[in-house]
Design a protein around this ligand. Structure first.
Ligand SMILES: Nc1ncnc2c1ncn2[C@@H]1O[C@H](COP(=O)(O)OP(=O)(O)OP(=O)(O)O)[C@@H](O)[C@H]1O
Ligand SMILES: [Mg+2]
Length: 305
């Protein structure tokens, strides 16, 4: 069952999914010779090149964001494909989190924040009056930098969403959702025997996977991740990156990261932001090997940021 985030008069769901994208060749590309020369071998390897992106899931059109009088984002237009990992990169303060938050209306919760332009999900305006932001946020889940499990048991963390959204009618059904969500998040084997222990008792990497399981439990279509690995050690980071690679078969995923290597490893599309503007976007392979803009090249090669 999908969560219809639109309370439209005709009861139509705001969802719609496409065929899963094929798994792709995992061969590693080297930068194009002309770019490689300039970059002197400092460009991260792209793991999943030439990804056939799914159909557009989210389309942003001329999106600007203001905090009070201060404009943080300028006329961003970007298509985000389904069944694909899109990375947002750019120096601190360039507007990555601000833009990410426009996609599930988290900016609504910030006083003085104003969004103009349009965000369409499956062609429908998520800022329309008919959209319930609570349902939208279930459908467009979010994972933050710092794992934020509820102060509840592992089981309750995952069961909470399906319960408040009325997705199940029986305890057995709820147990099934908890188990399948923990399995999809790659955490089941580690917690199956302690489901009723506190979620906060898990390691940081496990907590981040618990939070992902919690997002998955309400059947999202999109998962937004804002620097999900920045508080994790390299092993936990690798585990989350593997998970992201698995999840892209089912979901539209957007990840904000400061790690160029991570963007190159996990994403198939990359968008580079600078000073509130989207400078360029495209296939990760192209952005990392042959960027069109000098600013992109300077950033990915570590000349600023
Ligand atoms: N709640 C807020 N109130 C006022 N200004 C804000 C708020 N959140 C962000 N800003 C401003 O908007 C701009 C973009 O911030 P944002 O957090 O989106 O950047 P970012 O690219 O995510 O940076 P970082 O990489 O450091 O997380 C910055 O100038 C920031 O100071
Ligand atoms: Mg941020």
């Amino acid at each position: 069952m999908k969560l219809p985030f639109f309370r439209s008069p005709d009861g139509r769901e705001g969802g719609g999914s496409a065929d899963p994208t094929e798994r792709r060749d995992e061969s590693v590309l080297t930068p194009a010779p002309e770019a490689a020369g300039v970059m002197a071998g400092r460009v991260p390897e792209v793991k999943s090149p030439s990804a056939p992106a799914g159909p557009t899931k989210i389309a942003a059109r001329d999106v600007s964001v203001f905090y009070g009088d201060k404009q943080a984002l300028y006329d961003v237009s970007l298509d985000i494909p389904d069944k694909t990992v899109t990375a947002f990169i750019g120096p601190s303060g360039c507007g990555k989190s601000t833009f990410l938050r426009t996609m599930n209306r988290m900016n609504d919760t910030i006083q003085g924040c104003r969004v103009t332009g349009k965000i369409l999900m499956d062609g429908q305006d998520i800022n329309a009056r008919s959209v319930d932001p609570v349902l939208l946020r279930a459908q467009v889940g979010m994972v933050f930098q710092k794992p934020n499990p509820f102060p509840k048991t592992i089981y309750e963390n995952v069961a909470y969403g399906p319960r408040i959204h009325g997705l199940t009618t029986s305890k057995a059904e709820l147990d099934g959702i908890v188990e399948s969500s923990l399995k999809k998040a790659g955490l089941w084997d580690e917690v199956a025997d302690r489901l009723h222990s506190p979620g906060t008792g898990l390691s940081g990497g496990q907590q981040q996977r618990l939070v992902i399981a919690r997002a998955i439990a309400v059947n999202p279509e999109v998962i937004l991740m804002d620097e999900p690995c920045s508080a994790l050690d390299p092993i936990a980071t690798a585990r989350i990156e593997e998970l992201i690679d698995e999840l892209r078969e089912r979901y539209c995923i957007v990840i904000v990261t400061h790690s160029m290597a991570q963007a190159a490893r996990v994403s198939q599309r990359t968008a580079f932001f600078h000073m509130g503007r989207l400078v360029e976007h495209g296939n990760t392979e192209e952005i990392f090997t042959n960027p069109r803009e000098r600013r992109t090249l300077d950033y990915i090669t570590g000349r600023f940021g």
